[in-house]
Design a protein around this ligand. Structure first.
Ligand code: GRF
Length: 216
């Protein structure tokens, strides 16, 4: 059983998707702890409701980033964590932390990286006029929203989309892919070779996705 930690800063809907998945008897991962840098984060309530250790470790309580990250790292070690999942964790982690958890630290981002890293991804996608956006799960490297890509979900942008409707459609995909990827990692199917990810025993779609759809 793979022990994972989920690091959050807010709502925690991806955390909830992981909680729901991990409560199924045949799921090969368990959430050992949830850490939030924001004490009021809704995600901490979700963790407590599921009887998962929920820790608030505020960056404001530490003199600098190294001591903040050491405090998180200590908790992860104490809880026997083997994989760290960032899920809306709004602090950029230092190279020290990222190297320490290299290839055991993943993030979910609401765009098809490398397009639209950072914040306001859905507004940026609408402003640019892309026909597909989506979400990406990747191993974390020191640069923000960067690292070997494990999986992506492509989500069509519709003509009447607003930031809210697009965000909701992408979020639904996030909730599908994050638990699936943790499942594959727990089964040791995910390997990084020369900064590219290979997943054993999975299929790739054969046909292109089109938006708009063809009209014969
Ligand atoms: C998600 O869109 C995730 O991709 C991004 O931050 C958001 C967190 O949402 N990194 P939630 O807290 O999981 O609901």
């Amino acid at each position: 059983m793979l022990k994972i930690a989920v690091l959050i800063s807010g709502r925690g809907s991806n955390l909830q998707a992981l909680i729901d998945a991990s409560q199924k008897p045949d799921y090969p991962a368990r959430i050992a702890c949830v850490v939030s840098n924001v004490a009021e984060a809704q995600g901490l309530e979700r963790a407590r409701a599921a009887n998962i250790p929920a820790l608030a470790i505020s960056h404001r309580d530490f003199k600098d980033k190294p001591s903040f990250e050491k405090a998180i790292d200590e908790q992860l070690t104490q809880h026997g964590v083997q994989l760290v999942c960032l899920a809306g964790f709004m602090r950029l982690l230092s190279p020290w932390f990222v190297d320490r958890w290299r290839d055991r630290l993943i993030n979910i981002h609401p765009s098809l990286l490398p397009a639209f890293p950072g914040l306001d991804t859905h507004q940026k996608a609408l402003d640019y006029g892309v026909k597909f956006t989506g979400c990406t799960v990747h191993f974390v490297r020191a640069e923000m929203d960067h690292g070997p890509i494990i999986a992506q979900a492509a989500v069509p942008v519709l003509p009447n989309d607003t930031e809210e409707t697009l965000a909701a459609r992408v979020l639904e995909s996030e909730h599908h892919i994050y638990p699936q990827i943790v499942h594959w990692i727990a089964e040791s199917k995910v390997n990084v070779l020369d900064e590219r990810v290979f997943i054993a025993g999975v299929n790739s779609p054969q046909s292109p996705l089109l938006n708009p759809a063809l009209t014969d």
